[in-house]
Design a protein around this ligand. Structure first.
Ligand code: CU
Length: 105
């Protein structure tokens, strides 16, 4: 069966080409009024999942206005990052909660 290795090679090539386009999910947690990790990295098109483990409502509010996400108590919400940049964000209800999201193009 001489054609078989060719099919395998083609399949591997297809997977290799498809892989970089796949968007990732980055998880950021709030627990005891702290964002974790305080520095996360994502790429444009990735999904950021915000997991609020506290019994309080938080927000993830970008200082540059790129996003402002409400985080209900004990809930997980997500959003897709659209613009590259070094984005500092905080919680509007607890301004001491601060973190940075590095968004690569
Ligand atoms: Cu908060």
């Amino acid at each position: 069966m001489p054609e078989r290795p060719l099919i395998i090679a083609a399949t591997i090539a297809a997977i290799t080409v498809a892989a970089p386009a796949r968007a990732a999910t980055i998880q950021i947690t709030t627990s005891n009024l702290v964002f974790s990790p305080t520095e996360a990295t994502a790429k444009v098109g990735d999904t950021v999942e915000l997991v609020n483990k506290d019994v309080l409502v938080h927000t993830a509010t970008a200082r540059n206005g790129d996003f402002d996400v409400n985080m209900p108590a004990k809930k997980t919400v997500s959003f897709v990052v659209k613009k590259p940049g070094m984005v500092e964000y905080y919680c509007r209800f607890h301004p001491n909660m601060k973190a940075t999201l590095k968004i690569e193009p």
